[in-house]
Design a binder for this molecule. Structure first.
Ligand code: OAD
Length: 251
């Protein structure tokens, strides 16, 4: 193992003994699957757009076709991607812990594809849809690539079932996330810049409630110095290394 991935024995011990673990993931956990993080430069045709300006109700109202096509592009990236060893290690960890909650800000569904079961999707999912007007779910077997289809109930435009800037998180998901942050013994915060609230509050809620809180990221960011332990390494390498250190087995 590289020096930069040396894992403190206190963390290994906590992983071995904890009855209750909560994990919060962000875009960084999918970076090694080839899915660009939210704040990465966009490539190709989309380079001139700021994601924050596409992911809002106002953007959709102004140009539904543009926003729909951007999400079609993101779905195509994710459909071609595979869960990486970090996703797989988290699915493995869940199988070993009695009370395990995986809260994700990611909309890519890669945790489910890796085998995780108890996943709280705080920001929705790219592959689900709802009506922009009546807000009810819409089932689509395939999403048309060019223009948003119409809601079969009210004729409103269909949008992806993801949380946009300026929108509330799904309230049941948020309540579940807070409850699991408050009751866990160990809280892992992985691959998130920690700047988008309220998700970024969860590690701090967990810490105030007495959990041992750990950040895993490639570089220091907004959470630096605010949790009990900060480990700076790619999650696709560090998480499998943690599993081997704690349980002696790869995922
Ligand atoms: P960001 O794109 O803001 O941050 C990604 C984080 O992952 C950064 O802190 C990187 O340093 C880190 N990172 C990159 N590669 C990594 C790797 N291999 N291993 C570990 N860490 C790595 O993504 P999020 O924090 O998820 O919200 O962004 C939060 C929310 O902001 C998103 O869910 C989205 C966006 O607005 C909505 O869509 C509502």
């Amino acid at each position: 193992m590289n020096d930069h991935m040396q894992i403190p024995s206190a963390l290994i011990e906590r992983l071995r003994t904890a009855q209750s673990i909560t994990v919060l993931t962000g875009a960084g956990v999918s970076a090694e699957s080839g899915v660009p993080t939210f704040r990465d430069a966009q490539t190709g045709l989309w380079a001139r757009y700021d994601p924050a300006e596409l992911a809002s109700p106002a953007a959709f109202r102004a140009n539904p076709t543009l926003v729909w096509q951007w999400y079609a592009y993101r779905r195509s990236l994710v459909a071609a991607a595979m869960p990486n060893p970090g996703h797989l290690a988290l699915a493995d960890l869940e199988r070993r812990i009695a009370d395990f909650t995986l809260i994700t800000q990611n909309v890519d569904g890669l945790h489910h594809r890796a085998g995780s079961q108890n996943v709280v999707e705080l920001h929705g999912n790219l592959f689900r849809y709802r009506c922009f007007d009546d807000n009810e779910p819409v089932e689509l077997t395939t999403a048309p690539p060019d223009d948003p289809p119409r809601c079969p109930r009210c004729g409103g435009l269909v949008r992806p079932d993801v949380v946009w800037f300026g929108e509330w998180l799904p309230s049941a998901a948020w309540r579940t996330a807070v409850a699991s942050a408050e009751r866990c013994e160990l809280f892992l915060c992985i691959g998130t810049s920690g700047v988008v609230r309220p998700a970024a509050d969860l590690p701090l809620i967990a810490r105030s409630a007495g959990a041992y809180t750990v950040e895993i990221n490639i570089a220091p960011g907004a959470l630096d110095g605010r949790l009990n332990l900060h480990l700076y390494a790619p999650s696709g390498q560090l998480l499998p290394a943690l599993m081997i250190a704690a349980f002696g087995a790869a995922a």
